[in-house]
Ligand binder design. Structure first.
Ligand code: FAD
Length: 456
C-alpha cells in the first residue's frame, strides 16, 4: 500500500504524526510539498519567507534521503496536485496536519471532498502545528478563549503526547516525479541578516537554547541589546520545530526560565485558537470596529518614516531597522513600534501588520494580525488603552543604549539617557548627529489618542 503525506506548515521529520502514521500504515510513502500559487496570493510570498522555505525544503529532503527516501515537490493547485500524485502512486490514503487559518481549513475541506470522491482515505492530524489543537479548550458559553490568563491555566493542565521519534526508513515509490527544489540563492530581495532555515538548524537551536540559555529567559527576555530570547519563531512558524516537543523538552528542563518560555509558547497557541474561531480577525477588528484612523495628508508620510526607521525616536527606529536587516524583530521592539504606529501616530494597525508581514520571516496571520490588534487595543488586550512611551521603553529595556547604537549608527558615541532623546541636546552637541527630529511630540499623540477613544 502507498500513503501520501502532504507537508504544509510542518516541515520536519521529528515528532510528525502524519508521517509517523503513514510510515506505520503503508509499504511506501510519498512525502509531498506543493508550491501553490494560491498560498502566495494569500500573503505568504515575501522574499524572507521564500528564502527560509527553500532552506526548510532542502533540509527536509536531506532528512528524508538519510532515511532512504526523498521529498517530492510539485507546483500548482494543492487539491489538483495531491489528486494527481495519488493517482500516479496508486495511493490509498493521504495524511495532513490540521490547519488553523481560514485558508488552510477551506483547502482541507476541498481536499477531503476530492479524495473521498476518488475513493482515497483522508486523515487530518491534530497537534502538529500547535501544541494543543484550536477548539479543544473552550470556556463555558463560548467557542474560544478571548482572554489569555484563563486559557493559559487550562492549557497548562492539558496532557500532551510524548514527542514521536523520526521514522527510521521512508520508502518512496520511483514512479512519482518531483520538480527541482526551490533554491535559496534564486530568491531576490531577502534581508541580508536572515537566519538559516531548516529542521536541523531549528533542532540545534532548541537544544542549545534549553541547555544553555533558557534559565536566564525570565529576567533577560525584554533586554533588547542582550538578545536573550530563543529566536525559534521562524522554525515554529514553518514547523521545522515541533511545538509539542518544544513544550515537553522545556518542561523536562524545568525552572523559572523554562516556565516563562512555555508561557510564550502558549501565547502562540492562544492566538491560533482565536484565529481558528474568528478567521475574520485577520482583517477586521476583533473587539470593536474602528474607522477613525488617521487619513490626513501627512499620515502617508508618517507611515513611510515609520517603515524606514526615521521617526526621530531612536528605539522605534532601531527596531524597524532590525526588522529590515534581519527579517526578524525582538518582541519588545514589536510592542514599542506597534504602539507608536497605532497609538502615537494613530495609523491603522492593518498598515503596520502589512509592513511586518512583508518582512517578518516568522510572519503569520495568527500571531501577526492578533498581536497587532492586541497592541492597537482592538484585540485581546485587557488594557486596550495602554500606550507605550518610546523614551521610557528605551531607558528601561535598553538602559545603556547599546541596541540603539547597534542599529542607528548616526547616534554612535552618544550615551544613555541622551541616546534615547537626542532632541534634548543643543547647539553643536545636537548638530554633530545627523539624525531626524521627532516626527511628533509624544504629548500631542497621546492627546489625540485619548480624544479619539473618548469620542469612540
Ligand atoms: P521567545 O521569546 O523565545 O518566545 C518563544 C516562542 O513563543 C516564540 O518563538 C513564538 O513562537 C512564541 N511567542 C512569543 N511571544 C509571542 C506572542 N506575543 N504571540 C504569539 N506567540 C509568541 N510572532 C510570530 O511568530 N509571528 C508573527 O508574525 C508575529 N508578529 C508580531 C507582531 C507584533 C506587533 C507583536 C507585538 C508580536 C508579534 N509576534 C509574532 C510575537 C513575538 O514578538 C515573536 O513570536 C517573538 O518575538 C519571536 O522571537 P523568539 O522566537 O525569540 O521568542
Amino acid at each position: 500500500s502507498v500513503s501520501v503525506v502532504l507537508f504544509t506548515s510542518d516541515l520536519r521529520v521529528h515528532d510528525h504524526p502524519p508521517l509517523r502514521a503513514a510510515v506505520e500504515g503503508a509499504h511506501e510513502v510519498v512525502p509531498l510539498f506543493i508550491r501553490d500559487p494560491a498560498v502566495d496570493r494569500a500573503g505568504f510570498a515575501a522574499p524572507n519567507r521564500l528564502a527560509f522555505l527553500a532552506d526548510c525544503l532542502a533540509d527536509l529532503d536531506r532528512e528524508l534521503q538519510d532515511r532512504g527516501g526523498r521529498l517530492v515537490v510539485r507546483g500548482g493547485d494543492t487539491v489538483a496536485e495531491v489528486c494527481a500524485v495519488v493517482r500516479q502512486a496508486q495511493a490509498d490514503e493521504v495524511h495532513v496536519a490540521a490547519g488553523c487559518s481560514a485558508f488552510a481549513q477551506a483547502r482541507q475541506e476541498r481536499l477531503r471532498r476530492a479524495l473521498e470522491a476518488d475513493g482515497c482515505r483522508f486523515y487530518v492530524h491534530d497537534a502538529v502545528i500547535t501544541a494543543v489543537p484550536p477548539g479543544d479548550l473552550t470556556p463555558q458559553g463560548s467557542d474560544h478563549y478571548a482572554m489569555f490568563t484563563p486559557f493559559y491555566r487550562r492549557w497548562c493542565a492539558e496532557p500532551l503526547r510524548k514527542p514521536f521519534m523520526a521514522p527510521r526508513d521512508v520508502k518512496v515509490p520511483h514512479t512519482v516525479r518531483s520538480e527541482d527544489l526551490p533554491a535559496r540563492s534564486a530568491v531576490e530581495g531577502a534581508s541580508p541578516g536572515l537566519a538559516a532555515g531548516g529542521e536541523s538548524e531549528g533542532r540545534r537551536r532548541l537544544s542549545s537554547w534549553l541547555s544553555r540559555h533558557v534559565d536566564s529567559y525570565g529576567e533577560g527576555h525584554d533586554d533588547l541589546a542582550g538578545d536573550a530570547t530563543s529566536r525559534l519563531s521562524p522554525y515554529l512558524h514553518f514547523g521545522a520545530v515541533s511545538p509539542v516537543e518544544a513544550v515537553q523538552r522545556a518542561r523536562a528542563r524545568g525552572g523559572a526560565g523554562a516556565e516563562a518560555f512555555i508561557r510564550q509558547l502558549c501565547w502562540r497557541d492562544f492566538f491560533h485558537q482565536v484565529l481558528a474561531a474568528r478567521p475574520e480577525a485577520a482583517a477586521e477588528e476583533y473587539r470593536s470596529r474602528r474607522d477613525d484612523w488617521r487619513r490626513d495628508e501627512d499620515a502617508e508620510a508618517d507611515l513611510q518614516a515609520w517603515r524606514e526607521g526615521r521617526t526621530g525616536y531612536p528605539i522605534v527606529d532601531a527596531a524597524m531597522r532590525q526588522l529590515a536587516h534581519e527579517g526578524w524583530m525582538h518582541n519588545r521592539g514589536r510592542l514599542v513600534t506597534a504602539s507608536f504606529l497605532t497609538k502615537t501616530l494613530y495609523i491603522d494597525w492593518r498598515e503596520g501588520a502589512r509592513h511586518f508581514l512583508s518582512l517578518l520571516v516568522d510572519g503569520d496571520v495568527a500571531n501577526n494580525q492578533l498581536n497587532w490588534q492586541w497592541m492597537a487595543g482592538t484585540g485581546n488586550d485587557t488594557r486596550p488603552n495602554r500606550v507605550l512611551n518610546p523614551v521610557r521603553q528605551g531607558l528601561r529595556y535598553d538602559p545603556d543604549g547599546r541596541f540603539v547604537r547597534r542599529w542607528v549608527p548616526e547616534l554612535d558615541g552618544l550615551q544613555a539617557p541622551a541616546v534615547h532623546e537626542p532632541w534634548t541636546l543643543t547647539g553643536l552637541d545636537r548638530a554633530r548627529y545627523d539624525y531626524p527630529d521627532p516626527l511628533i511630540v509624544l504629548a500631542d499623540g497621546l492627546a489625540r489618542f485619548r480624544q479619539a477613544r473618548e469620542a469612540g
